[in-house]
Write a new protein. Structure first.
Length: 385
């Protein structure tokens, strides 16, 4: 995901709000309230930032670097006298490769020392802000940190993942039954969509309640997630952010059933716990915390992954390359889920079939207008004082 391209300005603006509240204010207070025999400016201002659903790739490091460098530059430009100690908490599910994450911060020496050396400022200024890293494994649908301990939290391309597949869609014979389909794209689509929407609402309330308890008053949470343009349930295929991968994935599952590689029960019991929510659905959850949370900004960012037309045409004309790109994108999201459901060998076969179908689909796309597949939402939410 191209976080830096479309979300960076909003990220930095939200972080600036936190810096102004907790760094410049504390420094101003300490400068005017120095007791005899004790200079409070010698004590450090502590800022704690948490990245929920952090993963361990390049974007994870980018979030940390942007946070650190932004606070560092604010301290320098504002002539902040107090030392700043920034604790950056990486949080994700226990199966996240935290070892790889912390190895990537810096092979030797203090965490992110290599980032500090790259900043265009003097050694004395760099020593003004200390960086401390920590890892906290666990689901962000639970409380993970002490009460009122976090000043700024981020959740980038993670909140669209639900805590579970809605139980209703797994109930054979019910109006919400989604048998034969991995996501929200079957003939029972409207009912399935409603079940996913309800699950998101409950999960969003849980997420917001946990973060509101962890954030200090005046703290900010910054969210980026897959979204959709249409508000109404079942309005069109865009109302679930769907593209052709769902049809190809369902067809691949059916081939596996027809060839006796998986049973119908195994196929029917696989559903993707993903929901591309509309901004209004998140706002509805925020309204449950009227006295505690306030939306500072919420904005849809359209076509932020759209390729240049020439590049897109070139990719589609290379059917095998298009198939590899599609399977790489979808497997990166769903491979762990499929492996846990049917095992490594059969999962590889499923995605091999998916790649063939994606390559075949390129032939059709060569004669159609290609538009951006994704819409993302950027949100900043204040923990009220």
């Amino acid at each position: 995901m191209y976080f830096a391209t479309f979300a960076s300005p909003h990220f930095l603006h939200a972080l600036e709000y936190v810096t102004s509240t907790f760094v410049r204010r504390d420094d101003a207070v300490s400068s005017s309230c120095t007791d005899v025999g004790f200079d409070s400016r010698k004590s450090a201002t502590h800022i704690r930032v948490a990245d929920f659903g952090c993963s361990y790739g390049l974007n994870t490091l980018k979030h940390a670097r942007m946070t650190f460098s932004s606070i560092l530059k604010a301290a320098i430009s504002g002539d902040i006298q107090r030392r700043i100690e920034l604790q950056y908490i990486f949080s994700d599910l226990p199966q996240n490769d935290f070892n790889a994450l912390f190895r990537s911060l810096n092979p030797v020496g203090p965490p992110l020392q290599n980032f500090r050396r790259n900043e265009n400022c003097c050694k004395e200024s760099m020593e003004h802000v200390k960086f401390f890293a920590a890892g906290v494994p666990g689901s962000f649908y639970t409380r993970l940190l002490p009460e009122q301990s976090v000043h700024f939290c981020i959740c980038v391309f993670a909140m669209q993942w639900l805590s579970q597949v809605p139980a209703k869609v797994m109930q054979r014979g019910s109006k919400f039954w989604n048998g034969g389909h991995a996501w929200i794209d079957g003939p029972n689509r409207a009912h399935v969509f409603a079940a996913y929407s309800q699950q998101f609402h409950e999960d969003a309330k849980t997420f917001l309640r946990c973060r509101s308890e962890e954030l200090v008053k005046g703290g900010v949470m910054f969210l980026v997630a897959l979204s959709r343009k249409n508000k109404e349930l079942g309005e069109s295929s865009d109302s679930v952010g769907v593209d052709d991968w769902t049809e190809d994935l369902d067809s691949s599952w059916q081939d596996m059933v027809d060839e006796g590689l998986v049973s119908e029960e195994e196929r029917d019991m696989f559903n993707v716990p993903l929901f591309t929510f509309h901004p209004s659905e998140l706002q509805k959850a925020v309204e449950c915390f009227k006295g505690t949370l306030e939306v500072l900004k919420i904005e849809l960012m359209e076509d932020c992954e759209q390729m240049h037309s020439d590049e897109c045409k070139q990719l589609i004309n290379d059917e095998e390359a298009f198939g590899r790109r599609q399977v790489g994108k979808i497997a990166s999201l769903f491979m762990p889920l499929v492996v846990s459901h049917i095992g490594e060998a059969r999962a590889q076969e499923l995605f091999r079939k998916f790649q063939v179908k994606a390559s075949d689909r390129a032939k059709t796309l060569q004669h159609e207008k290609i538009e951006g597949m994704y819409v993302n939402v950027v949100v900043a939410i204040l923990r009220k004082i």
